[in-house]
Design a protein around this ligand. Structure first.
Ligand code: GRG
Ligand code: ZN
Length: 327
């Protein structure tokens, strides 16, 4: 025809790049208290702060927010009587928000504002007789809380406050015949729970309980035809599993079983390149959660311009080195 050929969608995707500046603008807007999205996400604000601020840090833009203002807001979610953090001012304490608070303080190198033993006692106090952890005083048990407790206590250098043998035994009791892990003994294997159990065992120095080839096989089977990863068999790919699956594969040293190029394209294809933000799958609405997991996934695949992330602690590697090398 002699005309320049229009690019096919797949070729266009191949040329996609990370729209870092737009994502930074999107996060800074969402983190402002008066935006619509932060209004609907009110109950998960401390989580949202962790997702947004970690993403800014990964993109070398943490200075776009006022550190003193963030630290003051974090501490307004603190309950001095219990030692735990709520999801927002006036919300009840929960171990999930306590981890987010500690992670954000780590990002800003401001653990000095904490009564570390009080916070660590709150977390350690949630351990049950069988080694499991409850999320709060209401008692729900889940391997998510095992990871959260171990991660928080490790960042605070207070792992000695729990019964580690029992904590490990409980996580191992949630292992399935397929090599994966569930939320409780007998619970179905799910990539999110696998991250929690692998992360907890990594922190405990107990990765020998994992059959790396068996679990690695289950995890790499999560890659779908479209290049994205799903959370369990027969489900659709979703950007957040780029984090849950890749981090687990890195910890057990099997990440080379994933086609990184196809996964990178899938994530980049989920960007809103105009207004910023990343969605769960192509053409869906963006949110701060998937923006974080998309950028974090790219970080684990060493995407240029994105800082490397620690797969166990879910924080930038330089932050983790600062915490553990200083001690
Ligand atoms: C610091 C990264 C970090 C985490 C803290 C909260 C937590 C610890 C871990 C959560 C792990 C988990 C269970 C993640 C899965 C979340 C998710 C996308 C659940 C959706 O499950 P379904 O069944 O969706 O609704 P699928 O994808 O299976 O269709
Ligand atoms: Zn998702």
């Amino acid at each position: 025809q002699g005309k320049t050929k229009q690019h096919e969608p797949s070729e266009a995707a191949a040329m996609a790049e990370l729209a870092a500046d737009q994502h930074v603008r999107y996060i800074v807007t969402v983190e402002k208290k008066d935006s619509f999205e932060s209004l609907v996400m009110e109950h998960i604000r401390l989580n949202g702060a962790y997702w947004g601020l970690t993403t800014l840090n990964l993109l070398h833009k943490l200075h776009a927010v006022d550190a003193a203002e963030v630290v003051e807001w974090i501490m307004s979610c603190y309950h001095p009587e219990s030692g735990g953090f709520g999801g927002n001012v006036g919300h009840d304490p929960h171990v999930l928000y306590t981890l987010s608070a500690v992670q954000v303080l780590c990002l800003f190198d401001r653990l000095d504002v904490l009564d570390v033993d009080k916070v660590a006692d709150y977390v350690a106090g949630l351990q049950n007789e069988d080694g499991s952890f409850s999320g709060d005083v209401w008692g729900e048990v889940d391997t998510r809380f095992s990871y959260i407790a171990l991660c928080t206590l490790s960042l605070l250098h207070r792992l000695h406050k729990i019964d580690m043998q029992k904590a490990v035994d409980f996580v191992v009791s949630c292992k399935n015949l397929d090599g994966g892990f569930g939320a409780m003994p007998g619970g179905e294997s799910h990539a999110g729970q696998i991250f929690c159990c692998v992360g907890a065992l990594a922190i405990a120095g107990s990765l020998h309980h994992i059959d790396r080839d068996l679990l690695g096989w289950w995890l790499c089977e999560r890659q779908c035809k479209d290049g994205g990863l799903n959370g369990r068999p027969e489900k659709l790919a979703d950007v957040c599993y780029s984090w849950w699956v890749l981090s687990s594969l890195i910890i057990i040293d099997r990440v080379h079983w994933i086609d990184k190029e196809k996964l990178t394209k899938f994530i980049l294809n989920c960007q809103d390149k105009e207004n910023g933000g990343i969605s769960d799958r192509p053409d869906n609405a963006v949110d701060i959660y998937h923006t974080y997991f998309g950028v974090a996934g790219l970080s684990l695949m060493e995407y240029p311009g994105v800082k490397p992330m620690d797969p166990t602690y879910a924080l930038p590697l330089d932050v983790i080195n600062r915490i553990f090398l200083r001690k």
